[in-house]
Design a protein around this ligand. Sequence first.
Ligand SMILES: [Zn+2]
Length: 197
Amino acid sequence: MQKAAQARRAGGVAYTLYRRRVKNINLRVRADGSVAASAHPLVPAAAVDAFVAARADWVRGVQAQLARRAAGEAALAAALPDKAEALRHFTALCREWYPAFAAQCPGGRMPRVAVRDMRTRWGSCSLRTGTLAFARRLCAMPPAAQEYVVVHEFCHFAHPDHSAAFWAAVAAHLPDYRARRALLRRQPGTAAPPGIE
Ligand SMILES: [Zn+2]
């Protein structure tokens, strides 16, 4: 009887072999860099070793890429201000823009400002709680881009969508918003997030 998972090494690659009723030998590198192979119980372990050894360069390439990405993200995180400082920063920025949006803010009040470790969005707007939230890593972006995100989120109080009317409102406050938005697509050390809002 074979064990369900077995630690092995082939071609300099440490991997875990899983016995499953799969048709082919499957090999994958997990997000943490560990390597997993799965093969049918009838496939000899030596055949899986040969399969892994033949793909050792590919495995090392993927692992190196994962390590570079992790190092880039760690460097970026270390360079960012802490949450309290980021919150002071975005609160000050929102106070500057609030007078232009006071009529549209819930209750006419200055919104609550929050900073979160968001990875897929630069900011968000909650009409229900009257909160504007910003990604901490937005601090690493140019001030012109930060200002664009602040205006973008303020505009959501009047337009909770990305309709033509919404973009017209953004353009009314920041005629050069397209150039500012383009700055958000370049962030060293991380993959650009899919959206900004
Ligand atoms: Zn939006």
